[in-house]
Each structure stands twice: as C-alpha cells, then as structure tokens.
Design a protein around this ligand. Sequence first.
Ligand code: GPP
Ligand code: MG
Length: 283
Amino acid sequence: MTSVAHPVTHTAYQQSVADYWNAEKDPVNLRLGDVDGLYHHHYGLGDYDPAVLSGSGTPRDEAIIAEMHRLETAQADVLLHHLGRIEPGDRLLDAGCGRGGSSVMAHQRFGCRVDGISISEQQVEFANEQARKRGIADSVQYHLRNMLDTGFDSGAFAGIWNNESTMYVDLNDLFAEHARQLRSGGRYVTITGCYNDVTGGRSRAVSQIDQHYICNIHARSDYFTALAANGFVPINVVDLTAATIPYWELRAQSPVATGIEQPFLTAYREGSFHYLLIAADRV
Ligand code: GPP
Ligand code: MG
C-alpha cells in the first residue's frame, strides 16, 4: 500500500489562499522587512513622524518605509504584551505566521520556544531561513500546517495568537482547535479587522478588502460568540482603530502603496470596520 501525504489544505478555498501567499512578493512587505530582518504581514499602530514626508527621492522613500516598519513592529509589541506573563520554559504558537516576524519578536521578548504555522510553503521556508540566519532555529520553528488541524499535542501551549489571520477561517473551528492546544489558564490574543454589527453587514469598503486578500472578514460579534462557545473568557478588548489610521495615511503616501489603502481608510473612518485586539483566557 502506498502512503498518501496528509494535505495541509483541506478545501479548494484554502488552496487558493495558499497559492496567493506562495506567490506574494510585494515590496510593501519585503522592503519593510529588509530594514532589520523582521518580516511582518500585518499593519501598524501609532503616530508617524511627519518629517519622513519631507525631502525627496530615495532618502524620502527609505525614511517612509523605515517609519512604516517601525509602526508594524509596534503593533506586534502590543499583541505580545497582551500575552501576559510567559516563562522561558513555556511554548507559544503563532497561528498564521506569515514570514515569521512576530514569532521572532516573541522569542526575543520571552526567551521561550515559538512554533509558527502557515499553509504557504514559501512563507514557512522563508521564515525558517530567517530563524537560521539569526541563530535561533532551535527555539523558533515554522511548520507547514493548517491552523484548524495543527497536529500539535493537546495542552501544549501557554499562549497562542493570530495576528491578522482569523479572516481566513471559520471562528468556531479555529477556537475549538486553540482550546484543545492551550493549557488550562492559557492566554489567546488576536489582532483583527472586523466589521461593525451596529452599522449592519459588510460595507462596500469591507467587501473590497475581502476581495483584495481573498478573505472573509467576520463581524465583531462573531468573535465573542465563538470564543464563549469554546471556553474562552475575554480579559482585554481594545479598539485600535484610531491608532492604526495614521499608518494607513502614511502608507497611502508611500512608494509601496498597493491600492488597498483607501478602502481601509474609508472603512475605518465611516465606522463600518474596527481594528480590534482581543485577549482571552482558556478556562
Ligand atoms: C495581510 O498583511 C493581512 C491580511 C491578509 C489580513 C487582512 C487584515 C485585515 C485587518 C482585514 P500583509 O502585510 O501581507 O498585507 P499587505 O501586503 O497589504 O501589506
Ligand atoms: Mg504588509
């Protein structure tokens, strides 16, 4: 009998997402990551220095890119802060790790082992190469795995996060798998974009964001329903919308704008969409 490899993608939709990220080589991510070798796939937080917009030519471009990167790194710092107390002997899971930046920062902050997972072979390979270059490949490892069915042991993790990756999956399936993998009292943190139940369904701008990334942005309420149904009790909910708008204003004027800046600015400003952090404990 021949053995058949367990496929990491389970549906045609998941395969289309993997194909997108396997092909992705956008300067908005690679040029920012080149600044210091932390490659992020999320957005930024905090005010930018307006001085970066003065000047001209290559120095101006480089200053804007470095500033956008600083804001993206600040976003990951906020997420990791909400994991609370993590010991060097603990283990963390970065679900939807992209090119791996947040996992490296988590290892630097807590000194613990971090596993990152992605359904993109290219992202996993890229991230592992970065960990090797930094000499931390023993502690920070990236795997080609599906966040809905990771194969990790039950109760293995003290903390799990999704940094802008929940919009690719069913939240009930995701939180059931996270609940299985987190030890009792373990902390879950996500930063996400969600649409506003109060203003109704997906606005035009939110639909444009979905189409751009092949994702399905959830309602704000979906997060709390699915967390409660899977044994999670929120400890912190932070509306980061006002703090991310400057990032998008800077990005719109940057040499690496992709065209998705206006839908984000419209959605945030009109109130149809929030940039939200949720921290919850597994009980
Ligand atoms: C991608 O980050 C992030 C997503 C696909 C999730 C969508 C996020 C929401 C808040 C709705 P990226 O850094 O790869 O995107 P970009 O290439 O645009 O910088
Ligand atoms: Mg990016």
